[in-house]
Write a protein that binds this ligand. Structure first.
Ligand SMILES: CC1=C(CCC(=O)O)c2cc3nc(cc4[nH]c(cc5[nH]c(cc1n2)c(C)c5CCC(=O)O)c(CCC(=O)O)c4C)C(CCC(=O)O)=C3C
Ligand SMILES: [Fe+2]
Length: 391
């Protein structure tokens, strides 16, 4: 058996008996009663900021100085994160898309870290008589923060509301390489490169920076299927690199690109994925680069990590080093993204065969039911989670 390192066909390290694995994809139709849109949540006023940050970091060992610093980002915008409004807009766009296709599936919205909480969404679903729910998390890649934590928070909400056993909750697969998610990035980058060409900037003087949230290296190595070696940075980094490659391939562009990380937190002693976007930008001026295009590949909407860490900090770093910086759009409510999410829902409603599911990288289509040990987090302990096979 060969074990690949880096981006390549994933290698299975240790076989788990098939009987313990459960199906990787649910290829039978399921009559869902409703969709539960699961967001991150954000504060909507100055008084919400600290309680929100305590919710996010509960039991996580984030230093107080970091919380102060992050509170300042929110305070700068009146204590309001745009993320809740973005999820209201996404909910409305999904409802319109479902209605236009004649699909009768209500969308109920709940957050992990702020009102309306997931527990409220489950109570509402139950009160409306819904029993079979399809979770849709606003997060595309595999890692504890972007996959398993949503699954654990669903399980916790079931416990809190006493609805465990009453409600079935499945979850839409990670959609990092679904065309609906990738298309808005392709379009945004195409436009940005055309704009730079109009300004007479040579391709050789441009660097495309695909930006995503840094995570602890330990989490990254545990992202994805435990039995697979995805190389340094685990499935999380491998998926991002593969999507970056897919975007450049779709564009047919030869502009040099790289993956960069942002929004690091945690104690300085804990290793997180690198390089940081600001360090990379600072070094590029010496390499003869005159313009950077920042593509927020890890994010679904223009929330605080985009508005502050990229549009404020990274753009400032570029200015300090005399570089032009352009930040391209996130999917938001782009029609391709909204339609793609509805397509992902329909995969489950219809039990679409895996071979017919769109995926732009060799890592997809990702699993409907997470694999053993998927995206575990040793620091957080091992908690029950929906939509996965038993570890
Ligand atoms: C992978 C990933 C995504 C992308 C996937 C996804 O979209 O879900 C994401 C999104 C987001 N992260 C957000 C906010 C925060 N994340 C924090 C902390 C952390 N994020 C982490 C990872 C990720 N985070 C990690 C490993 C931590 C360390 C602590 C922990 O292990 O939990 C903290 C605490 C302070 C700090 O450390 O910065 C805050 C306030 C918001 C809301 C923004 C808004 O309000 O507009 C969003 C969308
Ligand atoms: Fe975060």
């Amino acid at each position: 058996m060969t074990i690949t390192n880096g981006v390549g066909a994933p290698a299975v390290l240790a076989a788990t008996p098939a009987a313990q694995q459960g199906p990787e994809h649910v290829e039978q139709p399921v009559a869902y009663d409703a969709i539960v849109l699961a967001g991150f949540g954000g504060p909507e006023g100055q008084d919400d900021v600290i309680p929100f940050l305590r919710n996010v970091t509960r039991g996580r060992g984030i230093p107080d100085e970091r919380l102060e610093e992050v509170a300042h980002h929110y305070r700068h915008f009146g204590g309001v994160s745009p993320i809740n409004q973005q999820n209201r807009d996404l909910k409305a766009a999904l409802e319109a898309e479902l209605a236009s296709r004649g699909i009768d599936l209500p969308v109920i919205w709940g957050n992990r870290n702020w009102q309306p909480y997931l527990a409220e969404a489950l109570e509402e679903a139950h009160a409306r008589g819904f029993r079979t729910l399809l979770g849709l998390a606003t997060s595309a890649y595999s890692s504890f923060s972007s996959c398993r934590q949503y699954r654990e928070d669903f399980a916790m909400a079931l416990e809190q509301t006493g609805l465990t056993g009453e409600l079935r909750i499945d979850k839409v697969r990670q959609f990092f390489d679904h065309p609906g998610f990738v298309t808005p990035f392709v379009e945004g980058l195409r436009e940005a490169l055309a704009g730079l060409a109009e300004r007479g900037i040579a391709e050789g003087g441009i660097r495309v920076l695909f930006a995503t949230h840094s995570i602890p290296t330990d989490d990254a190595l545990r992202s994805g299927d435990r039995r697979v070696d995805y190389g340094p940075g685990g499935a999380y980094a491998a998926q991002h690199l593969a999507v970056g490659e897919a975007v450049m391939r779709e564009l047919g562009s030869a502009v040099p690109w790289q993956l960069v990380y942002q929004s690091r937190s945690g104690p300085p002693t804990q290793p997180w994925l690198e390089p940081d976007v600001n360090d990379v930008i600072a070094g590029l001026a010496d390499e003869g680069v005159t313009a950077v295009v920042i593509v927020p590949l890890g994010f679904v909407s223009d929330h605080m990590e985009v508005l502050w860490d990229l549009d404020t900090e990274a753009v400032e770093t570029a200015e300090q080093h005399g570089l032009i910086a352009v930040r391209t759009p996130t999917p938001g409510t782009h029609p391709a993204y909204v339609a793609g999410l509805v397509d992902l829902v329909l995969e489950r409603v219809h039990g679409t065969a895996t071979a017919e599911r769109p995926a732009l990288t060799e890592y997809g289509p990702w699993f409907d039911v997470c694999r053993p040990g998927c995206c575990e987090n040793v620091r957080a302990g091992f908690k029950p989670a929906i939509a996965g096979v038993a570890p």
